[in-house]
Design a protein around this ligand. Structure first.
Ligand SMILES: NC(=O)C1=CN([C@@H]2O[C@H](COP(=O)(O)OP(=O)(O)OC[C@H]3O[C@@H](n4cnc5c(N)ncnc54)[C@H](OP(=O)(O)O)[C@@H]3O)[C@@H](O)[C@H]2O)C=CC1
Ligand SMILES: O=C(O)C1=N[C@H](C(=O)O)C[C@H](O)C1
Length: 236
């Protein structure tokens, strides 16, 4: 498979290495000072986009307007997600966004929803979330934390929004973001009552899970149409 790799930072470099290991080739790596040229899109089977919250929208739009299936793992740009989904439909394209490409985290998303549903009738237990990442991370809260909070909101009658603060209203899920050293990504949800607490946690040991998931999804993506989800790939 021929991959157009957009973003050549921590994720881009690791994806390049793993994609080559799996027998793929790169049409090009496009980083911040490079230009996305239509000829690059013509030569590629799929684009993988891991860049910056400010850059993701234009990069994805370019791919969709040049008939190139594209997956994006960039977080922090979700205010424009519905616009991209519209552009995908208008161009009869293929697009997938996932806040986290690790299989473990996508199973954790399901566990989170299950726990929220169980907790919904028990308002003595108050949820809160902590996400911990490396100090280079540009966005807070993490995209994964937002997906987890959305899962709670979907399943728990007592919650309708989230806030990146520990000081919240009754109907808000509090998310605390910590930035420490080189931590790849840890997410913990706790339901606390006056007498006890229940926590679930996912801890990534490295970026390998995100990288492997992104390349496996990229292999599957060109045969799909429209706005697709990682749940479709994982059959969750
Ligand atoms: N969904 C998932 O599973 C995962 C998502 N992520 C997300 O992916 C994104 C990238 O993460 P990471 O690789 O760690 O970040 P890095 O900062 O290491 O890499 C991003 C790269 O993209 C470059 N870049 C910036 N603007 C553009 C542009 N317009 N076109 C092309 N390249 C550009 C940056 O250059 P410069 O540094 O000069 O700005 C940098 O080289 C983040 O949003 C992060 O949250 C990360 C891990 C897993
Ligand atoms: O920036 C990162 O590193 C990560 N970003 C994603 C997020 O914001 O959820 C996924 C993972 O946690 C690593």
């Amino acid at each position: 498979m021929k991959i157009l790799l957009i973003g050549h930072g921590k994720m881009g470099k690791a994806i390049e290495e793993y994609a080559i290991q799996r027998g793929h080739s790169l049409v090009a790596t496009v980083d911040v000072n490079d230009t996305l040229m239509p000829t690059l899109a013509e030569q590629a089977d799929v684009a993988i986009e891991f860049t910056h919250p400010e850059a993701a929208f234009e990069n994805i739009k370019f791919c969709l307007e040049h008939n190139l299936p594209v997956l994006s793992g960039t977080t922090g740009w979700l205010d424009k997600l519905s616009e991209i989904e519209k552009i995908c439909q208008e161009n009869d394209g293929t697009f997938l966004y996932a806040s986290n490409f690790s299989i473990g985290v996508n199973l954790f998303f399901k566990l989170n929803k299950f726990l929220a549903k169980l907790m919904s009738p028990h308002d003595l237990y108050k949820p809160s979330m902590v996400e911990v990442h490396h100090t280079h991370k540009k966005d807070a809260p993490s995209g994964t934390a937002i997906t987890l909070a959305e899962g709670v909101i979907e399943e728990h009658i007592g919650y309708s929004s989230w806030k990146n603060d520990s000081n919240v209203k009754d109907n808000e899920v509090p998310i605390t973001s910590e930035r420490i050293g080189e931590i790849p990504g840890t997410h913990k949800i706790t339901y606390k009552s006056e007498v006890d607490q229940i926590s679930i946690e996912h801890e990534a040991y490295s970026r390998d899970g995100f990288v492997q998931g992104a390349v496996l999804v990229a292999e599957w993506l060109p045969a799909q149409k429209g706005v697709v989800k990682i749940d479709d790939f994982l059959k969750l």
